[in-house]
Design a protein around this ligand. Structure first.
Ligand code: PGA
Length: 252
């Protein structure tokens, strides 16, 4: 059985103080403990403070991006080592907003995924098609390329730890969630692909999150699908009760 995994991607929201407040509120609401992995991904400037606030809790910390070199003359970039030092366990790699606005490619994403494993960070690898690609009927081809390229040269042992987030670009921040069946079809496709690339056993342990307008109202229907193991939540993760409700709805 795969343990549910829910991550909040705060994107470019929350000052340090606001981030700590949100973290504290989530902690209070989750104090009973919950049988799911819960990860908060604040902006870089709030990582240190949120890390502090998460001490002695079971909630984990993730970053929204990182660079693939450890150190050096890379003005403005963030080293994986910095994330490790802040007790980050996860890092989101290849979010569609990074592909769209910051020129990330399948090649740079692969470098980052490889680096994440080198530093013992778990990459949450984002894949997904645009509306044009879906309408052209090339969704599977696009997702296959994203997955294969991100995992190029990743060995089976590492692959078992990866988290894949299927995020159809047309569903992100638009209020248009994929129907559970439509999402499940792509999740199943990804799992079959993993079994071809590695093995059936490995494909069965990899957790695949859905992302794109996940809300308390649709979380359970999505989670009831066989191959949906959790969610990567943007907008709704900025509100304590919505985010906590999504987590609760994710425990079946
Ligand atoms: P959304 O974002 O929940 O606001 O649609 C999801 C994401 O981009 O990870």
């Amino acid at each position: 059985m795969r343990k549910p995994i829910v991550a909040g991607n705060w994107k470019m929201n929350k000052t340090e103080d606001e981030a700590v407040q949100l973290t504290e509120d989530i902690k209070v609401m989750l104090k009973e403990g919950i049988n799911a992995d819960v990860i908060l991904c604040p902006p870089f400037t709030a990582l240190s403070a949120v890390s502090h606030s998460l001490r002695n809790t079971r909630i984990e910390l993730g970053a929204q991006n990182m660079y693939w070199e450890e150190k050096g003359a890379y003005t403005g970039e963030i080293s994986p080592q910095f994330l490790v030092n802040l007790n980050c366990n996860y890092v989101i790699i290849g979010h569609s907003e990074r592909r769209k606005y910051f020129g990330e490619t399948n090649e740079t994403i692969n470098k980052k995924v490889r680096t994440a494993f080198k530093f013992n960070l778990i990459p949450i690898v984002c894949v997904g098609e645009t509306i044009e690609e879906r309408e052209k009927g090339v969704t599977e081809k696009v997702v296959e390329t994203h997955v294969k390229m991100a995992l190029k040269d990743i060995d089976e042992k590492s692959c078992r730890r990866v988290v894949i987030a299927y995020e159809p670009v047309w569903a992100i921040g638009t209020g248009k969630t994929a129907t559970p069946q439509l999402a499940e079809d792509v999740h199943r496709f990804i799992r079959t692909l993993l079994s071809e690339l590695y093995s059936k056993d490995t494909a069965e342990v990899v957790r695949i999150q859905y992302g794109g307008s996940v809300k308390p109202e649709n979380a359970r229907d999505l989670m009831e699908m066989d191959d949906i193991d959790g969610s990567l939540v943007g907008g709704a993760s900025l509100d304590t009760s919505s985010f906590v409700k999504i987590i609760q709805e994710s425990i079946l």
